[in-house]
Write a protein that binds this ligand. Structure first.
Ligand code: ZN
Length: 468
């Protein structure tokens, strides 16, 4: 048994020297991982996805992880492994995903997507950033500890997913089925990156979602507008009036009770949003917008990260062809989605929107509102000790305190860990913003990777000194 270093006295000399002397070996190992075309969404690559899972599992077993398993799901397998010998220390679920996006359009790649190439301090290749970089970093951070010290300062439960890029359909069922062995203090998700200008960042929030469809029916068939016009309700017009009542002109949402559970921003939250460099003119210009529009009293970044939304994603019905056709459409439809923030309930939000729609239905049409899918938000407070420990390590390695981000979108695993396992979620990732993930010439900065490895190594130590 080794004695844990005292708070503030942790000595990383042996671990840093491991990082320095294994550089070539590490990159060769990473490149081997990058060469396997684990495109989860294309069935011709199913064997490659499995080969990647086996590659990772073999390495985890070789370095001393236990219960190593390429665990089957109804889709691609999940790699599970644990190391649980840090008695009394925190237990962390470590999440990353080993599947990658397809590579098309292939002719826009400057180098072959599955032949990793180093150019100008970056590694180019599919998955170099998203998300094999983090699989690689977590494996080597653990290896650094296990080879240099023979132990880890915390207990780790590795959960590497193989179908994040193709919908994560089998992730939550697997988590539910394996709930018993997934007890932990928090979940660390590594699938995010730094902020504009390559500033170290910690993502603390992800939004949830509820998606629904409105169907409006007026008649069995389209009607002749000369014969029926002026005597029947028009489903397209009825749908338009229902939708028009969902929002106010200032951009706020008019559904009664919609904001009731929304967690207000604290002064500290607003300070953190204000710290983020953001140029509204550039934002408007670079997306060809006419202007920004949204709830008054909140900044663009606050609205993106900490406020809920209601959007029409699609609307259709009636005649859409060339020229004219004089009908009253039989039906009209719309897809509506709401992005959700803490502490909203997807189902309650759906019920409120549905009730509001139903209470505004004009006479002469039948309306139904049905839920298509939903996902939970997650939010870990800035002052959570696991967040603060990560912040301290990022600052120590990269020389700059991280900014705190709330993503407008969602990572399914984040919602699952927080809603199914009830765990706080920390999102620690090292990818630079111009990574071109999901696009040709995906790449990752070598210095971000090297710093990322040192950060994770320190994080495990820091957590062992932290009361969670
Ligand atoms: Zn990813």
């Amino acid at each position: 048994m080794t004695t844990a270093p005292q708070v503030g006295e942790a000595n990383f000399a042996d671990l840093d020297s491991f990082v320095d002397r294994t550089r070539d070996e590490r990159l060769a190992d990473f490149f081997e991982l990058l060469r396997i075309p684990s495109i989860g969404t294309l069935s011709e690559h199913t064997d490659d996805v499995r080969a990647t899972a086996t590659f990772i599992a073999d390495r985890l077993a070789a370095m001393g992880f236990e219960h190593v398993e390429v665990s089957p799901t109804d889709g691609h397998p999940i790699v599970y492994a644990d190391w649980l010998h840090a008695e009394g220390a925190p237990t962390v679920i470590v999440y990353a995903h080993y599947d990658v996006q397809p590579v098309d359009p292939i002719d826009l790649w400057d180098t072959p997507p599955f032949e990793p190439t180093v150019k100008d301090g970056r590694i180019y290749g599919r998955g170099a950033a998203d998300d094999k970089s983090h699989v690689y970093l977590h494996m080597w951070a653990a290896k650094a500890w296990l080879e240099s010290r023979g132990n880890l300062p915390v207990n780790l439960k590795i959960v590497f997913e193989g179908e994040e890029e193709s919908g994560s359909d089998h992730f939550e069922p697997w988590i539910i089925a394996n709930q018993d062995r997934l007890a932990a203090d928090f979940a660390l998700i590594s699938d995010t990156g730094f902020y504009e200008g390559n500033r170290p960042a910690l993502t603390i929030g992800l939004r949830g979602l509820v998606y629904m469809q409105i169907d409006v029916t007026g008649s069995e068939l389209d009607l002749h507008s000369g014969t029926f016009g002026g005597n029947v309700q028009n489903p397209a017009a009825a749908l338009a009036s229902v939708i028009a009542r969902l929002k106010n002109e200032d951009g706020s949402i008019a559904v009664p009770g919609f904001y009731d559970e929304v967690r207000p921003l604290t002064p500290r939250d607003r300070e953190e949003f204000a710290r983020l460099p953001f140029d509204e003119g550039e934002f408007v210009g670079s997306y060809g917008l006419h202007s920004v529009h949204g709830e008054p009293d909140f900044s663009v970044l606050e609205r993106r990260g900490a406020r809920p939304t209601l959007d029409v994603n699609g609307i259709w019905g009636g005649f859409q062809g060339e020229g004219s056709k004089t009908i009253i459409p039989a039906e009209a439809h719309a897809k509506i989605s709401c992005r959700l923030v803490a502490d909203m309930s997807p189902d309650l939000t759906f019920q409120r929107v549905r009730d509001h729609v139903m209470s505004n239905v004009p006479a002469g049409v039948e309306v139904t509102v049905r839920k298509i899918n939903e996902g939970m938000w997650s939010l870990t407070p800035i002052d959570h000790p696991a967040t603060q420990a990560a912040a301290a390590c990022l600052e120590e390695v990269f020389g700059e305190a991280p900014v705190y981000l709330r993503e407008g979108g969602s990572i399914p695993a984040g919602a699952t860990f927080s809603s199914v396992l009830g765990l706080p979620v920390v999102l620690l990732g090292f990818i630079q913003p111009d990574d071109q993930i999901h696009a040709p010439n995906e790449n990752v900065r070598l210095d971000n990777l090297e710093g990322g490895l040192r950060t994770i190594i320190r994080y495990w130590q820091k957590l062992s000194e932290t009361a969670l």
